[in-house]
Design a protein around this ligand. Structure first.
Ligand SMILES: Nc1ncnc2c1ncn2[C@@H]1O[C@H](COP(=O)(O)OP(=O)(O)OP(=O)(O)O)[C@@H](O)[C@H]1O
Ligand SMILES: [Mg+2]
Length: 439
């Protein structure tokens, strides 16, 4: 987000993923005009970045981003020569105004006129991970970003499809234009059509005013079609036309309007199988599947768990205004978990531990507190005797599995259903046997 903001203001940003990389870049490159750094990062403190930058060139101006709880330390940083600090959440304009003032001071002191900024916590595209798969992914996304072609992102629930889609947008030359997200499964067919393509005033009952539609809203930028596998067939035809003709006709409209969009689609379904089953149009599939980005599940890249856990800890500490580290034992345990809900599950577990922990360390107890593990074990290994009730037991097993899937997805039933290979309706039906849930 900061990279895009800084770039949009006409500066040339350099992004570092943490203290270590920031220091390397500060040492290796021409002195930076301005450095923007978070105070609290997984691998150290923004004060180390401040010191490295000022040591390299005294006129480099450093702006710190702090969570409310760490403001005291920001004041300390000011004493060590930081230009200013901003508390989270900050307003983009306030940040850029501070950058401008810092730059004025810097131009008085030094000569370098073009700004470089080292920004917190983001590798290219914000994708954390050290595995071969993730390094290849970053490279693929960088290249895909430069091409105009459609991108199809596939992968299990929680593997980072939306994040990857944003990276394609952010790393490309459309980054300053809108990134418009369409959730293709969220709306009924009739509403979806006008949502996507827009409508003219009075074109149907209830169309009191004209609507632009999401396709045109994305003009100049990127249209992200999330859960594309859920798009009804009738709308697949209409979408295909838009992609082929690069024109859209709003409902009730007399003429087709030109649109300039880059399309990124994502799904956790096997679209090839959907095509074979006749549920997804083959021609649309080929239109979308020009650059294919397949995201690996976390179990196939276990090396990523540790850096992701550290990153997510930093993220949720900052959001919750806390400062914490993992116990060695806790982190080791987390890295051994199967995590069928992938990064989303990891994030839920870390967020929950940060919220529940008494601190200052995240312990194994914080990670397992109140989790479904023991009741699941009971259900899987029952006491067998003459009064054993098999149906009740099978019910308990079913319920435990449903609960575990829900725990993996932070309670999102749509995702839990995906995890178990069920439709949302099947999942809801099964869950309703054990919980009376009005929804
Ligand atoms: N490599 C990564 N680095 C940092 N954060 C990640 C990474 N991958 C995923 N995340 C985070 O995990 C969460 C889930 O990712 P995202 O929403 O992109 O998954 P998804 O594949 O779209 O899932 P679903 O199919 O369930 O919609 C997000 O908060 C995202 O920021
Ligand atoms: Mg998603």
């Amino acid at each position: 987000m900061l990279r895009v903001l800084v770039k949009r203001s006409g500066f040339v940003p350099t992004v570092a993923s943490g203290v270590t990389e920031a220091r390397q870049r500060i040492d290796a490159e021409d002195p930076f005009d301005v450095v923007i750094t978070d105070l609290m990062m997984p691998d150290g403190s923004g004060i180390d970045v401040l010191e490295a930058a000022r040591e390299r060139d005294e006129s480099t101006q450093v702006i710190l981003i702090t969570a409310h709880a760490t403001t005291e330390r920001a004041v300390e940083a000011m004493r060590k020569g930081a230009y200013d600090y901003l508390e989270k959440p900050f307003d983009n304009r306030a940040l850029m105004a501070t950058v401008d003032k810092a730059l004025e001071k810097r131009t008085v002191l030094g000569e370098n006129r073009h700004l470089r900024a080292a920004v917190e916590g983001r590798e290219d595209g914000g994708l954390i991970g050290v595995s071969r798969a993730t390094r290849d992914l970053r490279e693929l996304l960088r290249r895909a970003a430069r091409a105009p072609s459609s991108v199809l992102i596939t992968g299990e629930s929680g593997t980072g499809k939306e994040l990857a889609a944003r990276a394609v947008h952010d790393l490309g030359d459309r980054c300053a234009a809108p990134f418009v997200v369409v959730n293709c499964g969220a709306l009924p067919e009739n509403l979806m059509e006008s949502e996507l393509f827009g409508h003219t005033k009075g074109s149907f009952t209830g169309a009191a005013s004209a609507k632009e539609g999401l396709v045109r809203a994305a003009s100049g930028g990127t249209l992200f079609l999330d859960e594309i596998g859920e798009l009804p067939l009738a709308l697949q035809v209409k979408l295909l036309r838009v992609l082929q003709e690069r024109k859209v006709r709003p409902i009730g409209g007399a003429e087709e309007l030109p649109v300039d969009i880059r399309v990124v689609a994502a799904t956790n379904r096997d679209l090839e199988a959907e095509v074979r089953a006749g549920r997804f149009r083959e021609d649309l599939f080929y239109r979308l599947n020009v650059i294919r980005v397949q995201l690996a599940p976390l179990r196939d890249r276990p090396d990523d768990i540790r850096p992701l856990a550290q990153h997510l800890l930093g993220k949720h500490c900052a959001l919750q205004g806390r400062r914490m580290v993992f116990d060695d034992e806790a982190l080791a345990w987390l890295c051994r978990q199967p995590l069928p809900g992938n990064v989303r599950e990891l994030e839920n577990r870390v967020e929950r531990a940060v919220a529940l922990s008494a601190g200052p360390n995240i312990t194994l107890d914080d990670l397992t507190l109140g989790s479904a593990t023991s009741s699941t074990d009971d259900a899987m290994a029952p006491e067998i005797g003459p009064n054993f009730d098999l149906d009740a037991h099978l019910g308990a097993v079913e319920y435990a599995v449903l609960r575990r899937a829900l725990a993996s997805t932070g309670g999102v039933r749509k995702h839990a259903a995906d995890l178990l290979g069920m439709t949302f309706r099947q999942f809801r039906y099964r869950l309703a046997k054990y919980e009376d849930d009005p929804d």
